[in-house]
Design a binder for this molecule. Structure first.
Ligand SMILES: *Cc1c(COP(=O)(O)O)cnc(C)c1O
Length: 426
């Protein structure tokens, strides 16, 4: 084993340090495997119940009426999330698009959108109109209100109560921290928040941005009262095999309104050729619980590796996990860049290229992204990204297998040690 890592460019002391950390994580990894086992059964039983068959892997073209695979897959998703309906489509280009459809489909002029968990994910600022953007919800007369989290990262219930009024139509709750060094919410915490909101206004639609959270726990936000749950198929639920896509699961009326926005009013879910993605959607979903488990192990490994070197990590090395993202506060741009170069160098694809910070659409500063993925931009595959601004946090996620996630982290550390930007404990 030491030989193969040496061949891969990992020096002996880096390897020894990483091994020691790994050894200390045995019981946590066992718990993760148990969650994966449960979720594997949940996915399997949903596939069996809905009679997934060879015929489901055929694909439609044109209008895509009566696409057996597409319709079956949507019933499978609805069963996994315990919802009335689901919209799972390759025409949903990414997570932001899925969220935009869910929001714009369910909000009308004069309505107000509330975020009770602080600022949403960067790309949603344009969707909502927090940042001026052509075509935003704000342009369509949908107002927005936000209640920031309290200092300790918990919900500000008092001000949330004050922020809910007759115009409040939809509440958006982001499960994952995204690009912010705040805690990710557990499904249970989200359930408490939803119950509180519904006790004030029962008919408000509670939507959860579930990106990166799928299959991390044995329950999902739709099990604790969310009316809609939204995510990307090039993250957890695509299992690394979905080449594109997004999903919206939830109440039938909410999903229908979203579908009318995706295609056209009156057409909705009836249309939408699956082209040739059905098999990869099914197979990816089948693998998703164990793929997510591998990514989760990578995140916990990274937290412990960097925490013991003295860096800030969110979540910390011992905290319970509710998404697959790991933030490491590296303190300066040079470390962030070297970290990302290490992740890139560990990739199966494009390992020979060097990532550089760049202005990316949807972000307000330069961003560096390391990804050598089979599916372009897929962040269930081993990837790291970081906005080049204080506190110089790098956000690490993914890894289709645990050994690969592990190697990526070892390589990131190798780069830092090589440049004298991190010192191993002796
Ligand atoms: C990834 C992500 C999104 C959507 O991002 P896309 O790049 O458009 O898929 C939205 N919210 C959160 C919290 C995310 O992590």
């Amino acid at each position: 084993m030491s030989d193969i890592y040496e061949q891969a460019g990992i020096r002996k002391d880096v390897l020894a340090y990483c091994r020691e950390i790994e050894k200390s994580l045995e019981s946590r990894f066992k718990a993760i495997d148990e969650v994966a086992e449960y979720n594997q059964m949940k996915v399997l039983l949903a596939m069996q119940k809905n009679k997934v068959s060879e015929g489901c892997f055929q694909s439609s073209t044109g209008y895509g009426y009566d696409d057996l695979g597409r319709d079956t897959l949507e019933r499978v998703y609805a069963d996994i999330f315990h919802t009335e309906d689901a919209l799972v489509r390759p025409h949903i280009t990414c997570g932001t698009h899925a969220l935009a459809i869910a929001l714009s489909g369910n909000l009308r002029p004069g309505d107000e959108l509330l975020s009770p968990a602080g600022k949403p994910y960067d790309t949603l600022e344009g969707v909502i109109g927090i940042r001026p953007q052509t075509g935003s919800l704000a342009e369509y007369g949908v107002s927005y209100r936000q209640v920031d989290l309290l200092e300790d990262g918990s919900f500000d219930y008092e001000n949330i109560q004050k922020a809910i009024h007759e115009k409040t139509r939809l509440v958006t709750i982001q499960r994952s921290k995204g690009y912010q060094p705040r805690p990710t919410f557990s499904v249970r915490q989200i359930g408490e928040l939803i119950a509180f909101i519904k006790s004030i206004k029962p008919d408000v639609i509670c939507m959860v941005d579930n990106c990166y959270g799928e299959f991390v726990e044995t329950i999902e936000p739709t099990d604790v009262g969310a009316d809609m749950c939204v995510g990307s198929l090039i993250k957890n639920p695509g299992g690394g095999l979905a080449p594109i896509g997004g999903y919206i699961v939830g109440r039938k009326d909410c999903v229908e309104r979203a579908a009318y926005r995706l295609t056209a009013p009156g057409l909705g879910k009836e249309l939408g050729a699956s082209l040739s993605v059905n098999r990869s959607f099914f197979q990816g979903l089948f693998l998703a619980p164990t793929v997510t488990a591998g990514a989760l192990k990578g995140a916990i490994f990274a937290a412990n590796i960097y925490e013991k070197l003295g860096f800030g990590v969110v979540p910390d090395g011992t905290e319970s996990r509710h998404d697959i993202i790991q933030a490491v506060l590296l303190g300066n741009a040079e470390r962030v860049i070297q970290f990302c170069k290490g992740i890139q160098a560990a990739a199966p694809v494009d390992s020979f290229v060097d990532p550089e910070p760049w202005a990316m659409p949807g972000y307000d500063c330069d961003v560096i992204m390391a990804a050598g993925a089979f599916v372009s931009g897929s962040s269930i595959e081993l990837s790291a990204d970081a906005p080049i601004k204080p506190p110089y946090a790098v956000y690490f996620q993914g890894g289709l297998t645990w050994p690969h996630a592990k190697f990526g982290i070892m390589m990131s550390l190798e780069k830092l040690v090589e440049k004298g930007l991190a010192v191993l404990p002796c």
